[in-house]
Design a protein around this ligand. Structure first.
Ligand SMILES: [Fe+2]
Length: 155
């Protein structure tokens, strides 16, 4: 479970509107998507949850911001000793997942793939139906999973 403390730090450092398309509701849905997927993929749920709250936290706008993943990875590194209780391997998975989450990659460690799918499954919030060809895991590509995520993101 991600601590209230950490969520507060992320919210306080967020440059955009918390109720925007990359704000708190998106983080919560990515978390839910990711935890649901992790039950099937075997991803580390701790990394998936941290990814949900961190991956878009350093965005400077809601549009083209190609460095926001790299900044999120740096931000995660800055929090590591104080707020992230992760092994070296898990921290590296989190860092990698944040840095490259918008590069359209499909192949990676299963925990990283689960993070990316959790984010991509929330495209319904901007009117885009997730494309199974752009999802990494079987669990995410399941039509029932996509429909479920779409229903969440359109609420
Ligand atoms: Fe995102």
């Amino acid at each position: 479970m991600v601590s209230e403390d950490l969520i507060k730090i992320v919210e306080q450092g967020f440059a955009l509107r918390l109720d925007g398309i990359h704000g708190a509701a998106h983080w919560a849905r990515v978390r839910n998507n990711g935890l649901r997927l992790a039950e099937h993929t075997g991803a580390n749920p701790k990394v998936v949850e941290l990814f949900a709250f961190l991956h878009d936290s350093q965005r400077l706008n809601d549009g083209h911001d190609p460095r926001h993943g790299a900044r999120a990875a740096q931000f995660a590194a800055s929090l590591r000793s104080s707020h992230l209780d992760l092994s070296d391997g898990d921290f590296e998975r989190l860092r990698f997942a944040c840095e490259f989450h918008t590069d359209g990659l499909i192949e990676a460690d299963v925990t990283v793939q689960t993070c990316w799918d959790a984010d991509r499954l929330d495209l319904g919030r901007i009117g885009i139906k997730p494309d199974p060809r752009r999802l990494c895991t079987y669990a995410a590509r399941e039509p029932a999973t996509i429909e479920w995520a779409l229903a969440q993101s359109r609420r």
